[in-house]
Design a protein around this ligand. Structure first.
Ligand code: GLP
Length: 261
């Protein structure tokens, strides 16, 4: 796991965007894993700016989002599919239909989850997955106690996650759905490169467990310690509880520019 501390969310976004641009130059039809939440917004802004500048194109790329609330109507502004369309897909040049999401309105939820797994597999798997992290250590919506080998399925949201996300629902926790569909930890682990971004003090405990804690379903993100290519991009506030922070900084400083993340 490579841990990199950067000045602020804008720099985090720029470093992550560079890596995605490099991937698209090498492999224009790359498959990207897209996350919602506030943490990846700077990445999407940086990528949109690069598309506007003509330095990258998503015309041949495909995307899969991580998760979706169950039961939010198609026109709800906080439906993750709507959010990702607004904050990213509409700002770049994906071909129509190139980005898929779990169907939170499906009648047959197990079938919809199985179909989503199949679609990812049929696309050749995810080359690069963007991730945020919840304050309780969840990635996507894999809450504490999730199977470390789980695949796309329905999950019940914890009260903590519903409190955290109430800010997107006018501060009303009762307006936050109780269930979601989410890629599993096993699904995420199958992606070839994972970039997890986190900023702010509220993420420091989860980041500490992610990087330095024992692997445990109580802190689901810790499963990433078993992945061969994970990059964790942090600001100082999110990194403040890391015991080996000086070592991570020294390692990154000494890295040759050509190596990327
Ligand atoms: C949400 C999403 C996650 C996201 C996390 C953190 O619940 N399902 O994918 O990483 O919360 O969100 P934020 O980046 O807004 O703090």
């Amino acid at each position: 796991m490579e841990v990199v501390t950067l000045a602020d969310p804008a720099e985090i976004g720029s470093v992550a965007a560079d890596s995605i641009v490099d991937l698209l130059v090498r492999k224009p039809d790359a498959v990207l894993g897209l996350a919602t939440g506030s943490s990846p917004l700077a990445i999407y802004d940086a990528l949109a700016a690069r598309v506007d500048a003509g330095s990258v194109s998503f015309a041949q790329a495909r995307g899969f989002t991580l998760d979706e609330y169950v039961g939010l109507p198609a026109d709800h502004p906080e439906r993750y599919r709507t959010v990702i369309d607004n904050v990213f897909v509409a700002k770049v040049d994906f071909a129509p239909g190139a980005v898929q999401s779990p169907d939170g309105l499906a009648q047959d939820i197990p079938a919809a989850c199985a179909a989503y797994e199949q679609a990812i597999q049929d696309a050749g798997g995810i080359d690069l997955q963007i991730l945020g992290i919840g304050t309780d250590g969840h990635i996507a919506f894999n809450e504490p106690g999730s199977s470390l080998a789980s695949r796309t399925r329905i999950k019940t949201l914890t009260r903590q996650t519903r409190i955290d996300n109430a800010r997107f629902f006018g501060g009303d926790i009762d307006a936050v759905p109780t269930h979601c569909l989410t890629q599993g930890l096993g699904t995420i682990m199958a992606a070839r490169h994972l970039i997890l971004v986190a900023s702010g003090r509220s993420k420091a405990e989860a980041v500490h467990h992610l990087v330095e804690g024992p692997v445990s379903a109580m802190w689901p993100a810790t499963i990433l310690q078993h992945h061969p290519h994970v990059t964790v991009l942090l600001d100082d506030a999110a990194a403040r509880r890391l015991q080996l922070i000086d070592y991570y900084r020294e390692t990154y400083r000494a890295k040759p520019d050509w190596q990327g993340i």
